[in-house]
Design a binder for this molecule. Sequence first.
Ligand code: TXA
Ligand code: MG
Length: 305
Amino acid sequence: MSTCRLLHGVAEAAQSLTDRKIIAIPTETVYGLACRADDDDAMRKVFAAKARPSDHPLILHVAPEMNIEGWALFSDSALTLANEFWPGPLTILVARGALTSDVVTGGRDTVAVRMPSHVLAQEVIRTIGIPVVAPSANSFGHVSPTCAQHVIDDLGNVIDGVLDGGPCDIGVESTIVDCTTSPPQVLRVGAVSRADIERVLNTPMAEVDGKVRAPGMLASHYSPNCSMHLATSRVEAETLAVSLRKNHRNVAIIDHVDNITEYARCLYSDMRSAAAAGADDIIAVLPTGEGLAEAIRDRLSRAAA
Ligand code: TXA
Ligand code: MG
């Protein structure tokens, strides 16, 4: 039975956080599992609830007009990007400030910071008055939740509440740019494209070195609990589906390549509903192009790994 309460609004959500609870909140990208960034015990509960290894650091979520000087130290490039893309789906990696706990960063000297544009997220953070951490509110390795029901399905038994803000607008996680290197490097692609960042900084991004720079960006992430296959066209997907069905496999096809915004918004719920409907195999048609299309290809190839 689910122990998770449906919260009635911003005031109750903020009160829950002050009472040291862990609750899911909506953002424009995906739902996050939030707690106060100054509450080490609550953050440990967040790691435990997700079954997430403690060396996978958390993102500080901040609100407009909040003074975060003690938490994070912004370089020139970081400031330029924040001015251009915040509030919005861009997470910026900067040097960590003294207020930021080792539990947030996994002991690193960098910290990831993001200012969500979602009104409910902003109001909760503003009411708290300090940053909140919010990893995606899914169990470790599973796809991120894009509506309150996804959160309840994954974590309903282990978190204290969820603030329902309806389905997420964007549907894939924020872009992460590391501004502690020169030039910066894009560690995870989301709705803010590499080209957007290069235009604003007026410099090409550095190649991400071979190592997994953002722990958590492992292949084999975003797993939907059934076999994922990738196709480069609808025809290829249909052909593969026919041959799988000959072997009595239950097959679902995911394909919104004619509308990339829609594709991102539906991707995770399509994966979840196909798995819930008993699909043995999901075949996804890969979109072409940059920006969100690149983010979708990235998540799909991890899901298929
Ligand atoms: O859109 C998003 O960013 C969502 C919503 C809820 O805001 N949050 C999210 O958080 O996706 P999470 O924890 O699922 O993913 C954050 C990623 C992880 O891969 C983590 O390892 C990386 O950011 N990260 C965080 N801090 C880091 C740091 N100091 N250095 C390198 N990677 C870091
Ligand atoms: Mg995540």
